[in-house]
Design a protein around this ligand. Structure first.
Ligand code: NAG
Ligand code: NAG
Ligand code: NAG
Length: 186
């Protein structure tokens, strides 16, 4: 019975949130194209009950800096990991890579997440799931340990950063973790 209720809740979550991110036909159809594609949910001080935030871009349907936002009317995008890289699923024919820009010259944290049209920037590391949690590991044993940062930048926008060496949040940044709560139940 408990299991049934849980399955029902998961199902309701899906059907209640059918999106049309960049004109896609609906999450259920697009999500089934790539098994394991799912929303990425931020947890930490940035997230409050009733104010769930998902990984996305500032302007849905465009490429640019990655950020977290409350679910837009058009829905939040789905992500998946393929060949150690993190991808945003745009539609039936298009996926965009989540790239890592070297931000050491302009930010306290060395890596910024930016959605691109092709793979660019730091590509030596590996994206992976550990349970529900998203990790980025660098060669030589370094890892972000599943920690990301929501930082107000000089452009006036909140962007997403990380570090291969766990560090406390710099000024203007809040720490968070990223999760895929639905992926495991597919
Ligand atoms: C998928 O998205 C790309 C990029 O926005 C667009 O060029 C293409 O026309 C879209 N394809 C479909 C089938 O909607
Ligand atoms: C980022 O850039 C700095 C300065 O150019 C460099 O020292 C560092 O190795 C780069 N980091 C990575 C992970 O490539
Ligand atoms: C993206 O982020 C970088 C660094 O945080 C910033 O300089 C740039 O202005 C941002 N781009 C846009 C379009 O806001």
């Amino acid at each position: 019975m408990k299991l049934f209720l849980f399955a029902l809740l998961v199902l309701l979550h899906f059907t209640a949130a059918v999106p049309t991110w960049e004109g896609m036909n609906g999450r259920s159809s697009i999500g089934s194209l790539i098994p394991g594609a799912s929303l990425i949910t931020a947890k930490g001080p940035v997230s409050h009950p009733g104010d769930v935030k998902h990984l996305t871009v500032h302007n849905p349907g465009t490429i640019g800096n990655i950020t977290i936002r409350a679910e837009a009317r058009s829905g939040s995008p789905l992500f998946y990991i393929n060949r150690n890289h993190l991808w945003l699923l745009v539609n039936e024919t298009t996926v965009y890579p989540v790239n890592i820009h070297n931000s050491t010259t302009f930010h306290d944290l060395p890596m910024q997440l930016v959605l691109g049209k092709q793979k660019q920037g730091i590509t030596t590391g590996t994206w992976r799931w550990k349970g529900t949690q998203l990790y980025y590991d660098m060669p030589g044993g370094q890892s972000n340990m599943g920690l990301y940062f929501h930082c107000l930048t000089s452009s006036g926008q909140f962007n997403t950063f990380m570090s291969p060496i766990p560090s406390p949040p710099p000024n203007g940044c809040q720490v968070m973790t990223f999760h895929s709560f639905t992926r495991e139940y597919k």
